[in-house]
Design a protein around this ligand. Sequence first.
Ligand code: MG
Length: 228
Amino acid sequence: MIPLEQGISRASLEQARRLGYRRSMDTRIGFGYDSHAFKPGVPLRIGGLSLDHPEGLAGHSDGDVLLHAVTDALLGAVAAGDIGTFFPPGDARWKNADSAVFLDTALEEIRNAGYRIANIDVTLILDRPKISPIAGEMRARVADLLKVGIDQVSIKAKTPEGLNLDHVAQCHAVALVTRIREEDGLKSMEAVIANQRQLEDVVDDLLASVHGVPKRRINPVYDTEDIT
Ligand code: MG
């Protein structure tokens, strides 16, 4: 810090501090948690991979506990609600749905808010199957789904020691996001103009940034009764 005696006023220092605070808001953090019970005869999906196991995770969708926790962490990072906001429990459209759809929606919300993923860190808690032999493949798959590098994705696993929860899989996830610089934002917009709906989203974003026209968006409704 520059000493006051060098002619910097207290007001200038305060202004610099406020600026520093605003800069620090260029990063945001989100946390997500999910759990699903094991059920015989259900295919097991974790981290976007199909795993060979006699039981799967019961749920309205494909029960991918890891992708659900990551989806909530991403939505939480930009205060956009939770997985139930966008995919209400019981909606027939999401019966047996691939949870990558939920993740795509979270990615869109982050982009609309002007952020991108810095990194995610995940802890799975389950007795079986053992995750360590496939953790590398799972990281690569999740990184692919998130459209980030594998070094931005960490996946760890523990057993539910002492919890008497061997019939359940739980997942905790944190996501750090950083604000997109304007030039990066334009590149990112170019990349997503793949269909008419996405084009409309980009036009909405541009109108919002140039004319201050509020963007049409779903208001967050927090639905803790998650059966996805
Ligand atoms: Mg779930």
